[in-house]
Design a protein around this ligand. Structure first.
Ligand SMILES: [Zn+2]
Length: 561
């Protein structure tokens, strides 16, 4: 059977939609593709649901994947498409592990949260962060605006020599400039900016125009939202002001079985984990649990795990707010990770120790290694003289970040997607899980003692995070005995059983191989009923699964859901 998407090239937004529609058409018993929202420009935002199709599909323990929050981060969209395609291929081939897992679990995939942004960039638009939301009315627009001036179809870098310039050409790497020093002669100095034209120009001042589309969707989510500005970008006028962020938040809220999540971005080659801030509502238990799972997902992929606070801060004085992965963890209590696909500097043999700081404190040697890795390739263009209509003689060239920095070159895409698929498979393996046994002991006179033992056998606790349980974000496990007509139950019909530990939740001394001990809560819950006549034992846990067992005069028929 043909692989639906082999990861050998980048798909467009509409090709990703077509792929998902094709998966749903080929596997009607396992997949559906539905529109859950629309972008600012009216493009559909689609959700692929993978799991055995019946009335319970949307209520089973589930994993959430998404990509495309940021317009230039195409490899993240491809990670969603590749995982969905690989699982669909496996289900079609009746792979026993996948058939078993997807019969009792569901994966929800929104491959592209912001289709407008990705479609615009793929059509050659100048860099934009997320969505086509213009800067607020009244924002001054004058200054240099990036656009393809020389008509080669790409927006590259532009440089021109002037005694006031802050850069000089790098002597060691012709594709690069470096920062000017006091020892550099003024005739080597140059200005560097994105290829572009000055709008509303007075003919003299060389300034940058504000970004045309400054909104960063990943600062627009509810977690610790506050007005935010950095790198000329902002988080919107209020949380969830954008149709794209609203769509995914409502979609997760409507699917209470979601118990683990990845939102794919690029680049760094890292899994970002909690905490996101010093005052995170998550406790040490969840922080450790999430780090442990992130490390397990990263194993063998070469990816790093990085705690956002304090290890992934662009500016230690300005915390990043309104982030989707933080919202998943703190608002919904779901272990949700940002995975930053592709490590461009590591690939060039010069890994960066502090990737967030590297945005503000670049290391020229790392940049030289990076430029060397792409010299002569499609992503690099030697500086060429060009007669700019406003500036006169300039040079246009340098490194195009699209398939060098932001995304792996197409030839390396598949290798990267095989790593992200491994992460997704491990995330699937982590979800909470409940198994049940029922026993009935005859007490005489037609009475029986019915005992339900629920056992948490999954990696994560049945609440997915401890925070979800403490903050009441997920209801407790409930078990009930529904008596047949004419049957009698003595005592309460329903028992509230709280939540149970997963096997990964053992921290501190108890989880230390030398000082190992049992947890205070344990992994089993017990409910008992005194009954006369038959009935059905039912249990429900939003994130670990629900089920029912028929009890009829000491004999049981298993009716698992
Ligand atoms: Zn991103």
């Amino acid at each position: 059977m043909a692989t639906m998407y082999s990861g050998d090239r980048y798909l467009s937004v509409s090709e990703v939609d077509d792929l998902c529609a094709a998966i749903a058409a080929r596997l009607p018993g396992w997949a559906s593709w539905t529109q859950i929202g629309a972008s600012r420009e009216g493009r559909p935002i689609g959700l692929l649901t993978l799991g055995r199709r019946d009335a319970e599909t949307d209520h089973r323990p589930a994993v959430w994947l998404d990509g495309g929050t940021h317009a230039s981060e195409w490899a993240g969209v491809m990670a969603c498409a590749f995982a969905a395609s690989a699982w669909a291929d496996g289900l079609e081939a009746e792979d026993p592990e996948l058939v078993r897992w997807f019969s009792s679990h569901t994966v929800f995939v929104v491959p592209c949260i912001s289709p407008d942004g990705m479609a615009a960039l793929m059509a050659g638009a100048p860099y934009l962060r997320s969505v086509l939301r213009r800067a607020p009315d009244g924002t001054p627009a004058s200054g240099l605006t990036s656009t393809d001036v020389d008509g080669d179809g790409r927006v590259r870098q532009m440089r021109w020599f002037h005694a006031s310039g802050p850069f000089v050409p790098d002597e060691q790497e012709p594709l690069l400039v470096r920062r000017r020093t006091l020892d550099d002669p003024p005739e080597r100095a140059c200005f560097v900016a994105p290829e572009g034209l000055f709008e509303d120009w007075d003919g003299h001042r060389w300034t940058a125009a504000p970004r045309a589309y400054p909104l960063d969707l990943n600062r627009n989510f509810p977690a610790r939202w506050a007005p935010f500005r950095m790198f000329g970008m902002e988080g919107g006028p209020y949380p969830l002001s954008e149709p794209e962020s609203r769509t995914v938040v409502e979609a997760v809220h409507a699917r209470p079985g979601i118990s683990a999540a990845i939102t794919f971005h690029t680049y760094t080659g890292a899994i970002l984990t909690q905490p996101y801030a010093a005052g995170s509502p998550l406790g040490d238990d969840d922080t450790q649990l999430m780090l442990q799972l992130a490390s397990a997902m990263a194993a063998g992929t070469g990816y790093r795990t990085i705690k956002v606070h304090p290890d992934f801060q662009y500016d230690p004085k300005q915390p990043i707010v309104g982030v989707w992965a933080d919202t998943l963890a703190t608002t919904f209590g779901v272990p949700g990770y940002t995975v930053e696909v592709w490590d461009p500097y590591g690939h060039a043999g010069a890994p960066v120790a502090d990737p967030a700081r590297f945005f503000v404190e670049a290391d020229q040697d790392v940049l030289r290694a990076f430029a060397r890795a792409h010299r002569g390739g499609d992503g690099a263009a030697p500086w060429r003289p060009f007669d700019h209509p406003q500036l006169g003689p300039v040079e246009i060239g340098g490194i195009d970040p699209t398939f060098t920095l932001y995304n792996p070159p197409p030839s390396l895409l598949r290798g990267e997607l095989e790593k992200t698929l491994r992460m997704c498979d491990r995330l699937r393996a982590s979800v909470p899980r409940l198994t049940a046994t029922v026993e009935a002991v005859p007490l005489g006179d037609g009475w029986e003692e019915v005992t339900l033992v629920l056992e948490s056998t999954g990696y994560l606790p049945t609440s997915a995070t401890f925070h979800a349980e403490r903050a009441g974000l997920v209801p407790p496990i409930v078990a009930r005995f529904d008596a047949d007509p004419g049957a009698v139950v003595r005592g309460p019909v329903a028992h509230t059983l709280g939540h149970l530990d997963g096997w990964a939740g053992q921290h501190g001394l108890r989880g230390h191989p030398m000082y190992a001990d049992l947890g205070a809560r344990g992994h089993r819950a017990v409910a008992r009923w005194l009954v006369r006549g038959g009935g059905t034992v039912r249990w429900r846990c939003a994130r670990a699964g629900s089920g029912a067992l028929r009890v009829a005069a000491g004999t049981f028929a298993r009716v698992l859901r």
